[in-house]
Design a protein around this ligand. Structure first.
Ligand code: AGP
Length: 611
């Protein structure tokens, strides 16, 4: 949710560096932002409501030169977005400041105790208790004070703290919220994720839950929960800084939609055997014998990743012939799923940090003893490290809050997982594998062709930008794509949209249909074509306005439609990858025409680290 950064630098002033890093974390929240730097023995704090650009302007006017500092971009949980609730937060005399991502669950109890001993609170946040708590424990050593304070905190946190008496020291800590240490020359960092560090360094160390780090310009020391020094080799990040920039596109979302052909090529690299008859998937964490012994698969995810999970269910049932249950991660943790040691739990998450999905994954692993597999886009993320198996989606950094290319990567990864399990279990024929593999090899090219529908989609967006509601219909493997299209539209245009299995329309939603209701129907060829064509006729008969996604040469649905978007015909299992693209473009262009903030829609955050 929030993004935090901290830097200790020997020579360079840090305010500009902190702001630049915060820009790269802005996708995590954008209600307010702030930095604090240590300058001439005093802590100087700048906080602004709204986006980082407001903070940047305010920092620009201050000519700050401090070499030790922390920064924060906020997604409000406790207290409304305002200057008083913006981080960094301070203790009573302003001798220390703290930034925090997460939720302190026992903050009220702590606050009452601290107030009783004289602390005066100036914000509505849970974070402020951390500043007062560290203050209460401070006796000349920030590390010791932080370690003592953490013992009192319940909940999730990644924090960074500086104290005016300790120049060149940033203390960081994590519990259930991500924190990574960046190693540079003459300066070192902590940050919520690697994207904040890419302009400065690729050498990173991921902190584990319960660890505390002391960052100085010349050294970094990590301690475990018991205070023992931790030695961990740095990892090198291969993402380039350019991939976190817009590269000439007006929005990250449009850039990321256009990156999908390379997402597919990158996701296939090294995973298809030369003979086209096999999928090779390192990192599954299960050998052929264990795959054969599997009895069931559970999938947990949230939002767009949950939609990918539903497409994955089709793949796994069809090609691996195992029963599959897809759950909202946030719901599964309150039920008693039937799960055991011969079952596989797949957690799907772009960020690898979503609190609900992470909790469901851990529960499956620790409580039920199930095998676990993370399908993640962020190497080094919590889920990527915690699950027994890992399949990376190789979409590269996704900055737009509305997920597009990561979803594409998830679909490809899930298909590969299904085929790989099917191979081991003997439930998929060589011919089917060959058909899928050659279709996957052609998919980047097919996606390039779909992207050419952009002009047509723009025309449709122009016509329907004022609609109050939208209905998305799909069947079979494209039903989750209808859900995803509706979610994309809701998220960035704020138009109410519902995705529905087309066959269910006549059981209720048909009552909503009139001449003002645009209905997007996914009607590409495949086993559901005839039935969805019938559903489109039913909608048309009630005056509904049809936007149809069809294959070239369609003469049934296309004739009924008010608008037709043609996409290339591919194997049915690959049709979700092709069909989702015009839906992403439609949401994008409607949002642009309505003038909403496409990359950072209101109230949302890219990484949801609270349950
Ligand atoms: C996607 O457009 C959304 N912003 C959201 O639904 C997202 O997919 C969800 O929060 C899950 O995130 P994750 O994939 O990082 O776990």
């Amino acid at each position: 949710m929030c993004g935090i950064v901290g830097c200790a630098s020997r020579e360079h002033p840090v305010p500009g560096l902190l702001v630049e890093s915060l820009k790269r974390l802005e996708y995590r929240g954008y209600d307010s932002a702030g930095i604090a730097v240590l300058e001439n023995g005093e802590l100087q704090t700048v906080r602004e409501v709204g986006k980082i650009k407001n903070l940047e302007a305010a920092v620009g006017g201050r000519n700050l030169q401090g070499r030790t500092g922390i920064g924060h971009t906020r997604w409000a949980t406790h207290g409304k977005p305002s200057e008083r609730n913006a981080h960094p937060h301070r203790n009573r005399d302003g001798s220390l400041v703290v930034v925090h991502n997460g939720i302190i669950e026992n903050y009220l109890e702590l606050k009452h105790g601290l107030q009783a001993t004289g602390s005066v609170f100036t914000s509505d946040t849970d974070t402020e208790v951390i500043a007062h708590l560290i203050d209460a424990h401070y006796q000349g050593d920030l590390l010791t004070a932080v370690q003592a304070s953490l013992k009192r905190l319940e909940g999730s946190y990644a924090i960074a703290v500086i104290h005016r008496a300790e120049p060149d020291v940033v203390v960081g800590a994590r519990q259930d919220s991500p924190l990574v240490v960046g190693l540079g020359e003459g300066r070192n960092w902590v940050a919520s994720d690697v994207s904040a560090l890419l302009p400065w360094t690729r050498r990173v160390v991921y902190l584990e839950d319960g660890e505390v780090v002391v960052v100085r310009s010349s050294e970094v020391r990590i301690f475990d929960r018991g205070g023992r020094v931790v030695q961990r080799e740095p990892e090198t990040i291969t993402w380039s800084a350019e991939r976190t920039e817009k590269g000439g596109y007006p929005h990250f979302m449009l850039k990321e939609i256009h990156e999908q052909p390379s997402t597919v090529s990158d996701s296939l690299l090294g995973r298809l055997a030369g003979d086209d008859y096999r999928v090779v998937l390192d990192g599954l964490g299960l050998d052929d014998e264990e795959l054969r012994a599997l009895t069931r698969i559970g999938i947990v995810a949230c939002g767009t990743s949950w939609h990918a999970g539903h497409v994955g269910k089709f793949f796994l049932e069809q090609f691996a012939r195992l029963p599959v249950e897809v759950d909202y991660a946030s719901e599964s943790v309150f039920r008693e799923p039937v799960m055991g040691q011969k079952d596989l739990m797949i957690a799907i998450s772009q960020s690898g940090e979503t609190a609900d999905t992470r909790a469901a994954l851990r529960r499956a692993q620790d409580l039920f003893g199930a095998h676990t597999l993370a399908v993640c886009n962020v190497p080094g993320s919590s889920m990527a490290r915690e699950a027994q198996g890992l399949v990376l989606t190789h979409a590269g950094p996704e900055i737009g809050v509305a997920s597009t290319k990561a979803f594409m990567g998830q679909l490809v990864a899930l298909l590969l997982v299904a085929v790989r399990i099917g191979q081991a279990r003997g439930t998929i024929s060589r011919d089917t594998i060959r058909e899928l593999v050659s279709g996957l090899r052609r998919l980047p090219h097919d996606l390039e062709r779909v992207l050419k529908t952009a002009a047509k989609v723009q025309e449709i967006a122009e016509v329907w930008q004022g609609a109050r509601d939208f209905l998305y219909l799909g069947r079979g493997v494209n039903y989750p794509i209808a859900l995803e299209g509706a979610l994309k539209l809701k998220e960035i245009s704020y138009i109410h949209a519902e995705g529905y299995p087309a066959g269910e329309m006549k059981h209720g939603p048909i009552a909503l249909i009139d001449e003002n209701m645009p209905i997007l129907a996914i009607a590409t060829r495949g086993r559901t074509y005839a039935t969805i064509a019938g559903n489109v006729e039913e909608a048309k008969a009630r005056g509904g306005r049809i936007i149809a996604v069809v294959n070239p040469g369609d003469d049934r649905v296309a004739r009924m439609a008010d608008h037709v978007i043609e996409v290339p015909e591919v194997a049915e299992a690959l049709s979700p990858m092709v069909n989702v693209v015009p839906l992403q473009l439609l949401a994008y262009w409607i949002a642009v025409k309505r003038g909403t903030d496409v990359d950072q829609p209101r109230n949302l955050a890219k990484t949801v680290t609270v349950q």
